[in-house]
Design a protein around this ligand. Structure first.
Ligand SMILES: [Zn+2]
Length: 379
């Protein structure tokens, strides 16, 4: 009996150990399933955060639209008007969404079809506050008031695009045609903080200094018709303004490197000290070079002329008085020139440089051709 009892205890202990082992095993299995579950959750979380980190941010802007009555009537029906509006905005969004050019955000200009309205008065009167939408577009294909026909970006007033197409007297011009759509893409460029690059162009007949032409870089902001290219400068600004509602003049006013230098070298890449530097101004939209220099000086021992102040001269409208400068350097009988448009200098700021350097090579003799600017911009 005693023995049996002992045996029983022995067996009981054995069973206990067995049960304990079983429990531990279950626990172990439970622990390993838990760890796996945690790992999976962690991986999903990491994947999600990576998606958030690398996904293109969406820049959405709501747009209210007003259409002149004659223009709307010419299209036949409300259905046709709204079909054209939708198509136009698809084209606008496609133009902005060009990742290949380095545009970081995904642009979504959304026409609010519920607020689309038809007006009968002058299109100028329609440019008014629109507190429930980011932008207002006033579309007008027919000039029935004398103050109509001058469209464009009216950003400093009411974040409004005046899409006036009434340039042919007595005739309706389709504000949805290809040209008009190219034009409105340019205006939305202004809405996002971009300047008119063509404002820096120079007509050779209006350049009394050396008779050279200046043609700004290819960009929708230079010439929009049939063009779907945003210049590096435009992309830099788009990536700066992101989804903020902005004023163009304020956007560009503070984007300059700390120092702006003219570096003069000779044909053998040697610095030229004591060279005369004369800098002539190009006022916005003047397409001409001023006959008097705004800056004059001499290069230092290491062949550098540093502007003592902001060379483009500050002013409230457009941020600066000049959008381009013609730089003339002279030494002995040698003379060379270089253009210094604002966008080129501001790109140095975007590249994170402390100084912008325009290198001008003084040539033996100085026969100048349009494509021979003798200029290098330091990369
Ligand atoms: Zn413009």
């Amino acid at each position: 009996m005693q023995l049996k009892k002992l045996e029983f205890h022995k067996n009981e202990n054995k069973n206990k150990i067995k049960r304990m082992n079983l429990k531990n095993k279950e626990k172990l299995e439970y622990v390993s399933i838990g760890a796996l579950f945690k790992t999976v959750i962690l991986l999903i979380a990491m994947l999600l955060s990576a998606c958030v980190l690398y996904a293109q941010p969406v820049y959405r802007f709501t747009v209210k639209i007003g259409i002149d009555k004659e223009t709307a009537d010419s299209l036949g029906s409300y259905g046709e008007v709204s079909k054209r509006v939708v198509k136009m905005f698809q084209t606008i969004n496609a133009a902005f969404n060009n990742e290949a050019l380095g545009i970081t955000g995904y642009y979504d200009f959304v026409p609010d079809m519920d607020s689309l309205y038809i007006y009968e008065g002058s299109s100028g009167v329609e440019r008014k506050p629109h507190p429930h939408h980011d932008y207002l577009v006033i579309m007008d294909g027919f000039r029935n008031f004398p103050d109509e026909g001058h469209g464009g970006w009216f950003g400093s007033h009411h974040q409004t695009i005046g899409h006036d197409r009434g340039h042919v007297p007595g005739k309706i011009s389709d504000p949805f045609d290809e040209q008009a759509t190219d034009g409105i893409i340019h205006e939305f460029g202004h809405a996002r903080g971009l300047i008119d690059l063509y404002a820096a162009a120079v007509d050779p007949s209006r350049n009394p200094i050396n008779g050279m032409r200046f043609q700004p870089v290819t960009c929708i902001m230079n010439y929009p018709y049939g063009v779907r290219h945003w210049s590096k400068y435009a992309v830099n600004i788009l990536n700066l303004t992101k989804d903020k509602i902005v004023n163009v003049d304020e956007v560009i006013a503070n984007l300059l490197p700390q120092k702006i230098n003219i570096v003069v070298k000779d044909w053998h890449d040697k610095s030229v000290s004591g060279a005369d530097v004369r800098v002539y101004p190009v006022v916005w939209y003047s397409y001409s070079v001023g006959s008097e220099p705004v800056w004059t000086g001499k290069t230092s021992d290491d062949g550098i002329y540093t502007f003592p102040d902001i060379p483009f001269i500050r002013q409230r409208a457009y941020g600066f008085k000049y959008c381009n400068l013609l730089v003339e350097v002279a030494y002995g009988d040698r003379k060379s020139y270089g253009w210094m448009p604002l966008y080129l200098v501001q790109n140095a700021f975007f590249d994170g440089k402390e100084s912008f350097e325009l290198e001008i090579i003084l040539k033996e003799g100085h026969t100048l051709f349009e494509d021979d600017l003798s200029v290098r911009v330091k990369k």
